[in-house]
Write a protein that binds this ligand. Structure first.
Ligand code: FE
Length: 232
């Protein structure tokens, strides 16, 4: 198997949300697609480890919100790297409630689709939900959608373990360059702190070793503290 071939598949990034009774749930996904045109249907592939699976099953509906390219890392951190089981992701998020009762995230998003579940396809690790379009809207005509490639290259994001596209990193062996500053990886979200690049968005200039980061520095993707980082 050639792992590099997987990196050539293109994806967008979306917030998938659902509700059952008074529980709202949502997560960041790259696997959301339109699968038929008339009637319009959409599919999402959702890890069984993901709390939202149970909510979609019971609520029988989901919404897909398309993230915009310049969305905040914070919204990805909130929806992508925490579980709705123990976090109220919607508390500080602007959303509307759809006809199905599913919440629809509008913060940092450019369009949305609300679907009623028609069918579930059970796989070993994931469930694919196929839903018929109930309603949709365009929020921002001008903004570009966030693609997975952009997220990876520019925002330095990585797929969390539950993502269908998560790829376990191969061990890199003993070939580390002597004298090079160490790269540290966030144990929660997989973000890599590269000392050469620093974290300029948060006031850390390029060339800052991990050890010299202020104690209150946080992972720019998921908000984890320095203690949650380990050396690559
Ligand atoms: Fe993180």
């Amino acid at each position: 198997m050639n792992i590099e071939a997987f990196f050539k598949i293109t994806y967008g990034l979306y917030i998938i949300s659902s509700a059952y009774e008074d529980k709202l749930s949502g997560y960041v996904a790259n696997t959301a697609f339109q699968v038929t045109a008339d009637p319009a249907r959409f599919a999402v592939s959702c890890s069984k480890n993901n709390f939202t699976v149970g909510i979609i099953r019971q609520g029988k509906a989901f919404s897909i919100s398309i993230l915009k390219q310049n969305c905040s890392r914070e919204i990805i951190g909130r929806f992508g790297y925490h579980s709705s089981a123990d976090t109220d992701k919607f508390k500080d998020t602007n959303y509307i409630t759809g006809q199905t009762g599913a919440p629809i995230v509008v913060d940092d998003c450019i369009a949305w689709f609300e679907c009623e579940v028609e069918r579930e396809i059970e796989l070993d690790t994931h469930v694919i939900f196929i839903g018929r379009l109930v309603n949709n809207d365009l929020l921002d005509k001008e903004a570009e959608p966030l693609t997975y490639a952009y997220y990876h290259a520019v925002k330095k994001g990585v797929a969390p373990k539950n993502a269908p596209t998560y790829i376990k990193k191969e061990e890199e062996g003993e070939e580390k360059n002597a004298g090079k500053m160490d790269t540290y990886t966030c144990n929660l979200c997989g973000y890599e702190y590269d000392p050469e690049a620093g974290d300029p968005e948060n006031g850390i200039p390029p060339g800052t070793p991990f050890e010299d980061l202020p104690d209150d520095w946080e992972c720019p993707i998921c908000g984890a503290g320095k203690e949650d980082f380990t050396i690559e």
